[in-house]
Design a protein. Sequence first.
Length: 113
Amino acid sequence: MVNYVFLSVYFYSVPNLRFPYKGDWHKRKLNEICLFFKGNGLSKSDLSNEGFPCILYGELYTTYKNEVISDIVSKTTTTLSNPFLSKNNDLIIPGSGEDPIDIFAVIVLYLPK
């Protein structure tokens, strides 16, 4: 319950800005300014030493503890019927968690060329 109160205060107050901003602050829902996609649910048993790069849900909390993924460590050869492939500069946001704060582990995919 304490986390919920914290999150409510965070989202409904005007944030302290770290950059100059002129103009009125506008409240918007995320789906008005971006698109959401859901991954395909690969499991640890789908990982291999070869194949294409992939990011498992659990790795967002264990492997990628920073805000930026600059090197994808896992690979899979599993063929998915409708794969979703993230692009550089995509935000990866968990869709569930044990605690509301878990869902706010936003990570940007930034792969240097």
